[in-house]
Design a protein around this ligand. Structure first.
Ligand code: VGL
Ligand code: ZN
Length: 201
């Protein structure tokens, strides 16, 4: 067993990020056996769930003429416009049926404000609005965070780098992640994570 000071944070293992989903990540479902095994090892277990209203500003459909995967400018900075995904209450927003959600202590939803996206499990994309996860982990006396899930180069990377900034020790288990890899984003985010002090295991 891992010590009670080490939390496992499983990022967005939801149907829309798995093959057949609205924003499918190649091989997204392949990580589930390893994630389930990790859920047995850790004593603090958090799942995150991307959870958008249908009028969410990160959806290309909600911007006239915008193509999915194009970039736009939001008040808080550049933002990729995605195909509509993880709409609250839809099957695409549900966790993959094979994920052992019963093992989770906390399910944290993010991205529920229409005007602001939230890649990170800790802060929304303005880099300021907290999700509450930091407080939860500190209240449980967690000092180290191990991250797995989808996608390596977006929600996992943003979460990992925020965790470092907050002073947690951070490990990303690469074999239990899969990437979107938009215009080289996987390579650049792996470098950014390493430079920030994230341990890639
Ligand atoms: C994610 C794009 C949009 C992710 C979520 O989970 O990495 N990526 N929403
Ligand atoms: Zn999203």
């Amino acid at each position: 067993m891992r010590p009670e000071t080490d939390a496992l944070v499983v990022i967005d293992v939801q149907n829309d990020f798995c093959p057949g989903g609205a924003l499918a990540v190649a091989g997204g479902d392949e990580i589930i056996p390893e994630v389930n095994a990790l859920l047995e090892e850790f004593q603090v277990r958090v799942l995150t769930q991307d959870w958008h209203p249908s009028d969410h500003s990160s959806f290309a459909d909600n911007h006239d003429g915008a193509a999915p995967f194009s970039l736009t400018e939001m008040p808080y900075g550049p933002q990729v416009l995605w195909p509509a995904h993880c709409v609250q209450g839809t099957p695409g927003a549900a966790f993959h049926s094979q994920l052992r959600t019963d093992r989770a202590d906390l399910i944290l939803r993010k991205g529920f404000r229409a005007k602001i996206d939230s890649y990170s499990a800790f802060f929304e994309n303005d880099r300021q609005t907290p999700t509450g996860l930091e407080g939860y982990l500190r209240a449980r006396e967690v000092t180290h965070v191990t991250l797995v899930g989808l996608a390596t180069d977006f929600c996992v990377a943003y979460s990992a780098m925020d965790a470092v900034k907050l002073g947690f020790g951070v490990t990303v288990i690469e074999s239990a992640c899969r990437a979107i890899d938009l215009d080289g984003s996987l390579a650049s985010q792996l470098t950014a994570m390493t430079d920030a002090g994230v341990v890639l295991a």
